[in-house]
Write a protein that binds this ligand. Structure first.
Ligand code: ZN
Length: 225
């Protein structure tokens, strides 16, 4: 436990919710910051608010429609059909919102500075959806250095999920005692269905695959004992 405050960039999805409870275990005080950036499913923000309440942490919602409206992507533009996986040419899938993590973390740092917070937490992971360039560790380290230079601060960006795949993220939630909460209360589905979701969008498939993998591993361990 670090006797310090932390700010979690929080969407109410599986990853950032797991990070929120990870943060609660590691920091004396945890706050959350959620962005409304024009995502198709506005209930994402009410889901985030409810989870923050359940976790007993403060919740701040920032209205930032600009970030979703700058480029064309299938998370904010209803006329675009979502890529189910990364295109074969190696470009990011159209669910990629360019600049999103750069923007989120930069604004989070400004707010953290205002509140005397040094620790920033984000649920990015490079293992699963590596089509997103702003989920890579090099980007996070580079941005951390830039933010420190930009504001003459000593921010530390924590990425507890960076090396974890989805099955390991479920395992982490379980070890933090919030497996059921993450499974039933979070919103990962691109079609806006809380919990196990629609089952067929790319986010649901990734989440389900990880969940099944984790549950199978858990069963195996139980059988071996
Ligand atoms: Zn879905």
């Amino acid at each position: 436990m670090i006797a310090d405050k932390a700010l979690v960039v929080f969407s109410g999805g599986q990853d950032s919710t797991t990070c929120l409870f990870w943060a609660k275990q590691h920091f004396a005080e945890v706050q959350t910051l959620t962005f409304a950036y024009g995502q198709k499913h506005q209930q994402e923000t009410s889901v985030a608010r409810r989870i923050a309440e359940l976790a007993g942490v403060s919740f701040t919602l920032l209205d930032a429609p600009l970030i979703g409206g700058l480029g064309r992507n299938s998370l904010t533009d209803t006329s675009i059909t979502m890529d189910a996986e990364q295109p074969a040419d190696g470009t990011p899938p159209n669910t990629f919102v360019p600049g999103r993590n750069l923007f989120f973390l930069s604004i989070a740092a400004v707010i953290a500075r205002e509140r005397g917070i040094r620790h920033l937490i984000t649920g990015v992971s490079h293992t699963d959806y590596s089509g997103y360039p702003d989920c890579r560790d090099t980007f996070i380290r580079s941005l951390n250095a830039t933010l420190n230079l930009a504001m003459d601060e000593q921010f530390v960006i924590h990425t507890p999920l960076m090396e974890l795949d989805k099955a390991q993220t479920w395992a982490l939630a379980d070890s933090l005692g919030v497996f059921d909460l993450v499974r039933t209360q979070t919103l990962t589905c691109y079609n806006g269905i809380v919990g196990d979701g629609c089952g067929h969008c790319p986010a649901c498939k990734l989440r389900q695959h990880g969940l099944q993998q984790y549950l199978a591993q858990k069963q195996q361990t139980a059988n071996a004992q």
